[in-house]
Design a protein around this ligand. Structure first.
Ligand code: BDR
Ligand code: CA
Length: 311
């Protein structure tokens, strides 16, 4: 079993990732930490509890964490996920409540209490994780690996070059990437490739099962571009794919490369920079005085049909 902490900004595709992780027999979700990103922290916590209630999940501790990035204001992705962050579904939370602790404290306690190091799965801006690593560096050896949805080798989405989670809090991403923890990056290059068909989405919506209906509504959410009014439906499983890459890595192609994040203001702020000039183990070139970059196992492509089947 992979024992994990999920760090989320639920979020349409975070919801699908939670569904997959909670229901997959090979994963034990020890805690869920919430962070502002796709929606406000308050909405993210409510959405997360609503998904757990829908799943009739065991009482997994859920905590609210950072309400905004380290140095910038929050910039919620309302037009991608809906004003409530969850396609307007407003899932009931039943009797579920968040724990009293801050998410950083819940993460610390969960890591320190576990018999074995845990996998931290970050599907959101990395603010909580950066605060954790800076505040409690003793947890680093309790983290088996950080698997994060974020960044891209090629194109961005929040900007031409930057992916939303890294763009939303680039300093936090910098702290995490340069912390020394083993890293797996699930970026936009693969994120966009695992997409359900219109038929599957329609079948799910028409199902008599509530969970199917919700899944159909999430996959079929119609995004309305606030500037142009254009409607887009992308049906990608998004963050859920990053969890699939944990349970079934053989369905993905990974390569290990040096990775850094751009912090400078300007067109490329928040871009992940992947240095693919030389193979690891060769004498990789770094400008004089520059520290060697951290490396990450980077998912570059997937077998989309197989991943969808798994999901
Ligand atoms: C990421 O940003 C959010 O919109 C999604 O939940 C995903 O984690 C994609 O850039
Ligand atoms: Ca997310």
């Amino acid at each position: 079993k992979r024992n994990v902490i999920l760090d989320v900004d639920t979020g349409i595709d975070d919801a699908m990732a939670i569904m997959f992780a909670v229901r997959h027999p090979g994963i034990d979700v020890r805690a869920i930490s919430c962070v502002a990103g796709n929606a406000s922290l308050e909405r993210v916590v409510t959405n997360t509890l609503g998904v757990l209630e829908l799943l009739d999940a065991p009482p997994i501790p859920v905590a609210g964490g950072a309400q905004q990035p380290l140095i910038e204001p929050s910039r919620p992705a309302s037009w991608v996920h809906g004003a409530d962050g969850l396609a307007g579904l407003d899932l009931p939370v039943g009797g579920r409540k968040p724990v009293q602790q801050h998410a950083v404290e819940l993460m610390r306690q969960t890591l320190m209490a576990a018999a074995e190091p845990l996998t931290v799965v970050c599907l959101a801006p990395m603010t909580n994780l950066a605060l954790l690593l800076r505040t409690h560096p003793e947890v680093i050896e309790r983290i088996e690996r950080v698997v994060f949805m974020g960044g891209a080798v090629a194109d961005g989405n929040a900007t031409a070059l930057a992916e939303f989670n890294v763009w939303h809090d680039p300093e936090a991403a910098y702290v995490v990437l340069n912390s020394g923890v083993p890293l797996t990056m699930y970026g936009l290059d693969v994120f966009h490739t695992v997409e359900a068909s219109a038929e599957t989405t329609a079948d799910l919506k028409a199902s008599g099962q509530r969970l199917d209906q919700v899944l159909g509504a999430l996959l079929g959410y119609e995004m309305v571009n606030p500037l142009t009014g254009a409607i887009t439906v992308n049906r990608v499983i998004g963050d859920a794919g990053a969890v699939c890459a944990i349970t079934s890595p053989e369905l993905f192609r990974f390569e290990t490369w040096p990775l850094q994040v751009e912090l400078a203001p300007g067109l490329s702020r928040g871009q992940t920079v992947v240095d693919r000039r030389r193979a690891i183990g060769e004498d990789t070139f770094y400008p004089t005085g520059q520290r060697p970059w951290p490396t990450a196992d980077i998912a570059l492509s997937a077998d989309p049909e197989a991943v969808l089947q798994l999901f």
